[in-house]
Design a protein around this ligand. Sequence first.
Ligand code: DOR
Length: 398
Amino acid sequence: MLVRGGRLIDPIAGIDALRDVRLSDVVTEVGEHLEARAGEEIVDASGAIVAPGFIDMHVHLREPGNPEKETIETGTEAAVRGGFTAVACMPNTSPATDDLESLRALLQETLARARCSVYPIAAITQGRRGALPCAYAPLAAAGAVAFSDDGDGIADARVLFDAATDARFVEAPFISHCEDATLKVVDESLAEAAAVARDILVAGATKKRWHLAHLSTRAGVELLRFARAQGVAVTAEAAPHHLLCTQAQARAMGAAGSVNPPLRAEDDARALRDGVRDGTIDVLASDHAPHTAEQKSAGAPGFSGLEVAVGAYASALPDVSLSRFVALLSAHPARVLGIPGGTLQRGARADVTILRDAPWRVDAASFASKGKSTPFDGMALSRRAIATIVGGRMAYRA
Ligand code: DOR
């Protein structure tokens, strides 16, 4: 395949220029005005942006256990339509991904059925019950790229500390869901700040590599900034709805506006955007959390994120350079998870996201995802994926 005439953005190679890219299952050539070869599929990318495949490191695929919300097929179809060539999937499934048997079963299913690469995240505690640690080294060796009890924080600080000490020499990071359940009922903002403070202290004390999921408050960003200034190995992500939406939208959606952590004040959203701009927040991740319409109207927390994420990030951060934008969605999540990606240099995996900067309107009813609930429904966004190439094969084309 020859991707021709696009503006190639490769943050690792430091390229922002018109370039053609030749692909087999890896990148075979990058250059100017490459001649087409007999039988080669030509992809015209003129006027478009060509980037290393985007990675969404926070996705709920809902299998096993809840195929009424999403399946591996519908979730990864939503991913490629949204411009993602890889996703990492959270273990809050039934059963949870918490041992070798459940991890291997999930890997087997995703290898057979997914439309993009899928990297499983395993639980920190058995059954995500917050008590007994999982077997981190064997799980990482078998393919778990991170560990998280996402959906819930680990209430007992000692359990978390011991787990982190146990996992200290395993490269795959811990990912924390920063909400203190006991404080959430009194003050939802304090619930995040308290959990972030505790987890960065545990990260610093145990030297475990750490990542904070869906940061959503000004206090959370400021605490993260403090931790990084102290040299703690902690990274963090922001989700599209927290970057661009506020409580007002949540209220307008009624029960369907529920999400954990919740939509916050405009000042929090501004602090998150500033955190992305100054490099405190290193990853953009959607927290794609699909539910059925019935479940949403009964208050199930979470939005369908994969098919709006790229447009929402661009609309939230119009002043961020393309090179940084691409890095936040490819090189940075690849580095956090220790997976391939983030560059289109010769020999790299042929995972490519092609984008166009043009306004488009979100129509949630047309999502490939089974989850149709999003605060972005009907909104005009400013950027979108027009083609997604996974392992050298066209997985989506607008
Ligand atoms: O709103 C949310 N929904 N936040 C989470 O952390 C979990 C997710 C889900 O699994 O539905």
